[in-house]
Design a binder for this molecule. Structure first.
Ligand code: G3P
Ligand code: MG
Length: 248
């Protein structure tokens, strides 16, 4: 298949150049000329999707405890930038709706990773898919919804069947064909450290795109692209300039 999207995707919004999963990170990627971002989305206690990676608040915010126990209004008062560097003080935990609006405004291709807290797989898949369908309804290119959670992707499919889905797998398992077919996915996203050339070829021959995370070395990226990998997620925006792979 021909991959029509950008080949370099800024991981968690802006990789190592800005606090992860913030609006500042997304803006940083765009300002450097990147055309694609990935970020993680989880539900706050009131069911509102927000951008955050961990199930708990400690690592990336001034809050503490589980994300799923705090409503989105309270999350908005936390600082999500200061842990990274003083100049990012004041960055918030963005609402998914805010991040989506920014990506659309900046014409960024977007991979929304559905990152459910344990036990909230279906609810998160449903909420993210419903909101994504609404937010991107007039946008030129639909976001990819990816997840490690099969349940979340099933719920996303039921809610917004037309949005493209991607299954995340650390290591590509033996039943990848059945899984991708059952979820009607368009792509498989895997850990580059576990993938083999034969797997890249098999996945692509089966008609799916293959994306690899989190590739932070230029030589590794070159090898993966030579193998046929369609796109990579990277933290190293400083190494992978927009011209690294040329236009999609
Ligand atoms: O979507 C690719 C990658 O983000 C998956 O790993 O833990 O960084 O969300 P993680
Ligand atoms: Mg992610």
């Amino acid at each position: 298949m021909h991959w029509p999207h950008p080949r370099i995707v800024a991981h968690r919004g802006g990789g190592t150049l800005a606090p992860e999963n913030t609006l500042a990170a997304i803006r940083k990627s765009r300002s450097l000329g990147f055309a694609a971002v990935e970020f993680d989305v989880m539900l706050a206690a009131d069911g509102v999707p927000v951008l955050i990676h961990d199930e708990t608040l400690e690592r990336t915010t001034t809050g503490s405890g589980p994300v799923a126990r705090m409503d989105s209004g309270s999350l908005a008062h936390l600082d999500a930038g200061r842990w990274f560097a003083p100049e990012f003080t004041g960055e918030t935990v963005p609402l998914f709706a805010e991040a989506a609006a920014l990506c659309i405004e900046l014409c960024l291709w977007t991979n929304v990773e559905i990152k459910p807290a344990k036990g909230a797989e279906r609810a998160t898949g449903r909420a993210v898919a419903a909101l994504a369908a609404e937010l991107w309804r007039n946008a030129p290119s639909a976001p990819f919804l990816s997840s490690f959670s099969v349940e979340a992707l099933e719920a996303a499919r039921e809610t917004a069947p037309s949005l493209p889905r991607a299954l995340l797998m650390g290591e590509i398992s033996r039943e990848w064909r059945e899984r991708l077919a059952a979820l009607a996915c368009v792509s498989l996203h895997c850990d580059y450290r576990k993938v083999t050339l034969k797997q890249v070829e098999s996945v692509r021959e089966a008609g799916y795109a293959l994306l690899c995370y989190t590739v932070n070395e230029v030589e590794t990226a070159r090898r993966l692209f030579a193998w046929g990998v369609d796109a990579i997620f990277t933290d190293r925006l400083d190494l992978f300039g927009p011209g690294f792979y040329g236009p999609p």
